[in-house]
Design a protein around this ligand. Sequence first.
Ligand code: OGA
Ligand code: MN
Length: 310
Amino acid sequence: MSITISPVTVDFAAEIGDVNLSQRLEAADFEAIQHAFWKYAVLIFPEQNLTLDQHLAFSQLFGPAETERTLDPTATPSRFTGAFADISNLAADGKIWGENSRQRMYKAGNKLWHTDSSFKFLPALCSLLYGRTVAPVGGHTEFADQRAAYAALPEATKQKLHGLVAEHCIAYSRRRSGFAEFTEEEQRRLPPVPQMLVRTLPQNGRKSLYVASHAGKIFGMTDAESRDLIDELIVHVTQRQFVYRHRWRPNELVMWDNRCTMHRGTDYDDLRWVRDMRRVTISDVANSCEQESVPLPPEALARRSAQRVA
Ligand code: OGA
Ligand code: MN
């Protein structure tokens, strides 16, 4: 039996049924999933029962998994290593985290609108988040469609944004969410990186905005102008008509295209309820400037050469 695609919104989120992700997929089923993914950008797979290995195996069908974690595991131990980001509220010992734990302070940043790994030079193509145990109240995830938001911009704004390059850094978003202390080692690994403000999706030719709370500056603009434009664009993208709110059911896997969506976690009583979520993140094929054949701004290029030498 082939997979079932059930749209949740017209062209942004869809549920996929009649598929068992714990097993090797038929080529035709994987193709149908890929096809749906390029159309919708958010896919929901209900009632999946996945081990870590099965979750990783399905994810890797889309490309190589990121293995470098943002927080240094020696400063902040986690339940998982390697390809898994722990998106739960559980400490390394499997118990609900402490009120002032470093993990909790850091992950508060997930409540800001963002896209995963835009702060890495090689950003993410997609993320696959698997919810084992979900909070009974709250703890939803909202997704915003940056393709539809781009299409809705006035022509003059599209012209103004053409070719602009932004600088993304995890320190920008974490400063905003109240987490200021990266270790020296983390800072060294996580310098600001350039990314296009508008990008084109090779699979369907659609253009998309590419903004996130990690974006702090735009090359060629003052800090104040940059801040105003980024904030204005995030407000535009996150208008209700571009947003789908996902209410989790246990054992559901949700995947999203980080190139053309933003997402954020909504509040829940994280000191009371267990919310056990784990994520695999798949790398994109190249930096977004490289993909658009836009030369890196000299400042970004200089920083990159300095890092290579170091
Ligand atoms: C993520 C993320 C938000 C949430 O997994 O990348 O930002 O609702 N999650 O947990
Ligand atoms: Mn995220």
